[in-house]
Design a binder for this molecule. Structure first.
Ligand code: GLP
Length: 241
């Protein structure tokens, strides 16, 4: 596990964008695993900037997002489909047919999970998985006490996650209670993983992820078992390590 402590959010985002760009340049047909939330917004902003400068070509890149809220269609303003279009997809030359996000509005949610997992397999697996970190140590929407061996599935959100994510909705009661999320097993199968965390509210989860016991009660701690993980955190998030 490589741990990089950035000065602040801006530097963390820039470093993360350099890691992703290097992968795209070295392997133009790579498969990227993408994350949402406020943490990777700066990463995507930097990638768009690199693209506009003519330094990046995404035309052969395939992407798979970690998760989506159950019940939200792709055009819902709080859906991760919408987030990805606004922050990345609409601004670079990724091909829409190569960008995958679970459908939270699928009629058969279990079938959607199996289909998603199969799509990842058919694409050859994920070369670089980007992760944010929940305050409770969740990755994707794999909440504490998740089974490490789980693949993509429908998960119930923790109350603390509903509260934390309510800032994107018109209040906590608008936040869906379930999501489709890649499982820990799906995430751990990625060849490389890059986890980002910023701000003092993530410090406890960062500590658990890098030096705590490996336990389902802090899902990100499983990353200690992965052979190729880079953690980029700002000073506030690194304050307990
Ligand atoms: C959500 C997402 C996670 C993300 C987490 C942290 O729960 N499903 O993938 O890492 O929020 O979000 P933020 O970056 O906004 O703190």
């Amino acid at each position: 596990m490589r741990i990089v402590v950035a000065r602040d959010y801006e530097q963390m985002s820039r470093m993360a964008a350099i890691v992703v760009s290097s992968r795209v340049i070295l392997q133009p047909n790579c498969v990227l695993g993408l994350a949402t939330g406020s943490t990777p917004v700066g990463l995507y902003r930097n990638l768009v900037e690199f693209y506009r400068h003519g330094d990046l070509d995404f035309s052969r890149v395939t992407t798979f997002n970690l998760d989506e809220y159950v019940g939200l269609g792709p055009n819902h303003p709080c859906s991760y489909h919408r987030y990805m279009r606004e922050n990345l997809f609409d601004h670079v030359n990724l091909r829409p047919e190569r960008c995958h996000i679970p459908r939270g509005d699928a009629e058969d949610l279990e079938g959607e999970c199996l289909r998603y997992e199969e799509e990842i397999r058919r694409a050859g697996g994920i070369d670089l998985q980007i992760l944010g970190l929940g305050v409770d140590g969740h990755i994707g929407f794999n909440e504490p006490d998740v089974k490490f061996e789980r693949r993509t599935s429908v998960v119930k959100l923790a109350e603390s996650t509903i509260q934390a994510n309510s800032r994107f909705f018109d209040g906590p009661d608008q936040v869906p209670r379930h999501a489709i999320s890649m499982g820990i097993r799906t995430i751990m199968m990625a060849r490389r993983i890059m986890l980002l965390a910023s701000g003092p509210e993530k410090a406890r989860a960062v500590r658990g992820a890098v030096m705590g016991e490996v336990t389902p009660s802090l899902p990100a701690s499983v990353l200690q078992l992965h052979p190729n993980v880079t953690i980029i955190v700002d000073r506030d998030a690194a304050s307990l390590i």
